[in-house]
Design a protein. Sequence first.
Length: 126
Amino acid sequence: MMRKLTNDECLYATKNGDFSPETKSSAAKTVIIMTQSWCPQWKVMEMYMGAVEKKIAASASGDSVELLYVEYDKEPFYEEFVHFKETVLKNFEIPYLRFYKNGELTSESNYVSETELLFRLGIGEK
C-alpha cells in the first residue's frame, strides 16, 4: 500500500510535467506525497502511516489504495525535482500531496492529519 516512488517514476514527472498515467492510476485511489526527509510534518505523517495502512486494509470501501512517496532531498535528481514541483506544480511547501481517483487528480494539499487523509480516501469521517 505504501511504497517509495522509483527514480524512473520521478524522472518521468520532471521530464513530462506530470507523473505517468500508470503511476497516477496504480490503484483506484492513489496519493503521491512529495517531501524532504527533514520535514517535521512529514515525520508526523510517517508516524501514523502504519495505522493508516491498517485502516485502509480493514475498510469495506472495496477500492484499492496506493500511497506513494518520495523524499527528494535524498535523491540524485533533487534539483530537477524541486524545479518541477515549484515551477510546474506551483507548490513551494512540504509535504505536498496529490490525490488521484482512477488516475484523475481530485485534490491537492500540504500536510494533512491522519483523520483528514482517511477522509479524503473515503475511509472514516472528519
